[in-house]
Every structure is written in structure tokens, then in C-alpha cells.
Design a binder for this molecule. Sequence first.
Ligand code: SF4
Ligand code: SF4
Ligand code: SF4
Length: 324
Amino acid sequence: MNRRDFLKVAGSGALIATASSTVEARGNKEPLPNAVGMLYDSTLCIGCRACVYKCKEVNDMPSVVRDNEVQWDQAEELSGDTLNIIKAYKHGTGETKNSATDGFAFIKRNCMHCVDAGCVSVCPVSAMIKDPETGIVSHNPDACIGCRYCVAACPYNVPKYEYDEAFGQIQKCQLCNQKGVERISKGQNPGCVEVCPTGANIFGTREELLAEAKRRLAMTPGEEYSFPLERVGSTYTHRAKAAAYHPHIFGESEGGGTQVMVIAGMEHTKLGLPDLPERSYASMSETVQHSIYGGMLAPAGLLAGLLYFARRNTKHDDEGEGEA
Ligand code: SF4
Ligand code: SF4
Ligand code: SF4
């Protein structure tokens, strides 16, 4: 376990579990039968960042601009204003696409919509919710008490707190299905998927996406194939030569599995994705919560309740002052 993993597990209480022989572990949660997500294929991504712009438009978030003379978004990391980012890998001369040596590649980062989500597991007031039908992990700002446990418990460093806001909130990708957006429930595709010109980012059920990822991994490098645009099985396709894929689907099993999965032309760790065990952090942390600290749940719940009401009342006071 490296330092970062150690802090994540310790943050969610699991370190104590590993030190106790009396603790009974729960296993990983299984994927929901109708779980939906996205497949990102780094080999097809051209780094155009149309997905970044569309994500901002759909979620009504401002561009991050560092140089006033430049008009386009320059966000380099996920933040309270950026839920989706394209990052680049470069090595040596950086000449060959998808090559780890003297090459380059792109990686899209956003919430992975984990099968057994750490952020959901640690939230003391159920402000992080996993939809029981689609498995989409969303955030309820009205319930959130701002404790930021979800930030500490996410192995992908996804939830971001709006530190520069007086009453900051947690922000993260909600697969374009939160209150006011609701693209998935209306039968639309996520914004970032809708604009991707190459089929590098597609929507579907987790099962469909896994099958499509396996189809791509079985392709012969250099031969031309059709890649569906927007959604698995779409008749709109992009023709391209298959790359030499690294034979692994990131998210099929990492950290208990994810509903957003990644395939690439090189090892995923080179693209900044973490090297996770198959056991979810949530399964480890809940082992502790439900056994060793079982007796502390009541006072912890009371504290969470007090924080919630204090925060809600403060917000109401503030809203009232603004209207006067
Ligand atoms: S990636 Fe992080 S924020 Fe997203 S569901 Fe998983 S634990 Fe939660
Ligand atoms: S699914 Fe929606 S919120 Fe998530 S990265 Fe794509 S556009 Fe952004
Ligand atoms: S829109 Fe598609 S090709 Fe363009 S950067 Fe995003 S994932 Fe890559």
C-alpha cells in the first residue's frame, strides 16, 4: 500500500480493521443489473476537449481562464467549476500516439461512478446517493453538511469542495442526471458523450460497455473498424484503425469496479489512474463502522444531525439577508 492509498483507507477507518483479528469483513457490493456508465477509449481520443466545454455548458459552470486574452477554458484539474477534464501523457520525443515510449496519449478524468462507492459509504447524512436503479452516484446539496468525508474517501480524488464560496458545496460529475439536468432520465446521452466526434467516450449499460471494451481489445492493430458514436450499438459510427490496446479494462474490477471504465494503449497507471486492489475501500471502512465502532454510531449521528441543522439554519439566514 503506498502513502496515498494508506491515507485513503485510514481516512475511511479501514486501517483499524486490518489491525484487528475480530473484525468480520463485508465483501464488495455487486454491480446493479441496470447500471449505466461510460466507456472512455484513450486510443480514440484526439484531445479536442469538446467534452470539457459541453460538460460546462450542461452543468452551467464557468470557464477557467488564467489569461484574460485567451477566451477558451484552461482548466487543468477537476474543481468546483470543472467536472470533467482531459489530461495528456507525454514521454521523450512525444511523437507516437498511444506509445508509452517517445509517445503521447490522452486521459479523461471525471467521477467513475463506483459500484461500491467510498463517497456514499462514508457520508454521515446520505448526501451522496447511489441510485438503486442506474447506480449513478449523485450529490444532494440540501442534505450535505460540508464535512468533506467524501473527498477523503474517494480513491480517484474526484469530489471537490468549493473553498472560494461562502457556503461551498461538493461538486462532481453526476452523469448529467441531477436535478435541473436530468439528461439520462429523459433518454438523452451525457453531454460529454454527445459531442465526442470519434466514439472515444460512449454511454451504455455497464454490461454493454464491458462487451464493447472486450470487442475493442480483441481488434487487430492497424485494421480498420467501426466505432459507435455516443452510445453502444449506435448506427452512427466513426471508422478508424485499431490501436494496439493494453489488454486491460480499467474499472472492471479495480476498487470493487466502476461504471465509468477506461481502455488505453498503455498501462493505466501511466495515465494517472490509481493502482487499486479489487476490494473496495467502502467494504473495508464499513467493516470498521459496523463492528469496532458500532457503539459510536449514535453519537456520530447526533453530531451529524446537529451540523446539518446548524448549516441549514445558517444558509436560511443568509438567503433571508440577501433578499431583504
Ligand atoms: S469516483 Fe469518487 S466520487 Fe465518484 S463514485 Fe467513486 S468514490 Fe464517489
Ligand atoms: S456525464 Fe455530464 S457531468 Fe459527467 S463528465 Fe460528462 S458532461 Fe460532465
Ligand atoms: S470529445 Fe472525445 S475526442 Fe474530444 S477530448 Fe473529449 S473524449 Fe477526446
